[in-house]
Design a protein around this ligand. Sequence first.
Ligand SMILES: NC(=O)c1ccc[n+]([C@@H]2O[C@H](COP(=O)([O-])OP(=O)(O)OC[C@H]3O[C@@H](n4cnc5c(N)ncnc54)[C@H](O)[C@@H]3O)[C@@H](O)[C@H]2O)c1
Length: 403
Amino acid sequence: MKKIYPCIIGLGYVGLPLFVSLKKKFKIVGYDISKRRISELNNFKDRNKEFSRKELTLNKGCLFTSNKADIKDSNFYIVAVPTPIKNNKDPNLIYVKSAFTLIANFIKNNDIIFLESTVYPGTTLEICKRIIQKKNKNIHFSIGYSSERINPGDKIHNIKNISKVVSIDADNKTISSVKSVYKNVSKKIVFTKKINEAELSKLIENTQRDLNIGLMNEIMILCERANLDFNEVLRLAKTKWNFLKFKPGLVGGHCLPVDPYYLSYFAKKLRFNTKITLAARKTNNSMEEFIFKKIILELKKIKNYKKNKIVVMGLTYKSDVPDYRNSLAINIFNKLKKQNKNIKAFDPIIENSFIEINKINNNFKEIMKSEIFIILVKHKQIDKAVKFAKKNKKIIIDPLSLI
Ligand SMILES: NC(=O)c1ccc[n+]([C@@H]2O[C@H](COP(=O)([O-])OP(=O)(O)OC[C@H]3O[C@@H](n4cnc5c(N)ncnc54)[C@H](O)[C@@H]3O)[C@@H](O)[C@H]2O)c1
């Protein structure tokens, strides 16, 4: 087997953990278009707060770079760039296309490429492969897709112990090279030759989750209308052996609010009108208004509440992650701010870029001078702050536990 020199393209929530897993074994290049991200990583700083200084220390021959030419000696490329949606909710593959255009400039005979970004079926073979082929008519290369199931902030289901789908249709020599790389990422590889099926499997994982949370959100809103205790309804239903234990909540992040649109786009291309795929999207987004109204209702119960110092606790899209993409908590905070511009926010773990742009003051002592605490996202550090606030007899509004 030839010597493998991997290269990760896109060093975000997905790409960096891959890089860290592989750097122990290979001379690996980590490439990102963001010069800021590269400079931070070279200073052992992960803005996503997943890795320590020690974990980011590089062995000889490994490299973080935003210099395109540095990928020239690589022969195993893994692409982990964002796959957002456009304003009209269609997939936006601009980052994927630019990553493959870059690889097309450097690819050599027998190189291997994997796409790990979440995409709709056909993207790897009909879009990415063609970008490479167009520029390299006489070069033989192999291309595959591996879905990423990483769950940032989750210490139990980490990259090493979650099973990983790896799909490629190639000769045995290539497949053993692929296995020799991916066995360092995950202990449980689920291998398939069917790339389109692997792409679709990723989309349904997240769509299924979005739908189930959406159903719980809908039932919760219904209980409120009917004046029924949702928690009691749920407690009773859960006693059935096959009842799925989903909870209502604020759905955000880069995956759940996006992936069902990729699935629906794929169906639309085939002129198939899916009826369930997007059913939860509206309901899950409507939770922003639902929770906002709940908060206002609680605030109005407090005499002269506008004269009090109010703080919103937690802004990211879920607890214990700094990621704030598509965060409904941020939208709720902005709505509250429109009503009362003195309202403050506290989020000790949100990405620095948000703190800088929005001038968030995370000074604990300062925040503890507030009189009303509205809790939206329960990071461990926020739990501690809330305990402290309770001890000091502050007013706590916890709209998600009022559910
Ligand atoms: N975040 C998650 O929990 C998660 C989980 C599973 C799958 N995914 C999927 O993985 C993919 C990546 O998501 P992410 O959360 O890591 O995104 P991210 O925004 O955290 O990271 C992407 C990185 O790619 C870089 N980038 C963009 N275009 C580039 C290019 N052309 N060349 C090199 N670098 C480029 C960006 O600067 C950024 O640092 C998406 O398709 C997402 O749906 C994400």
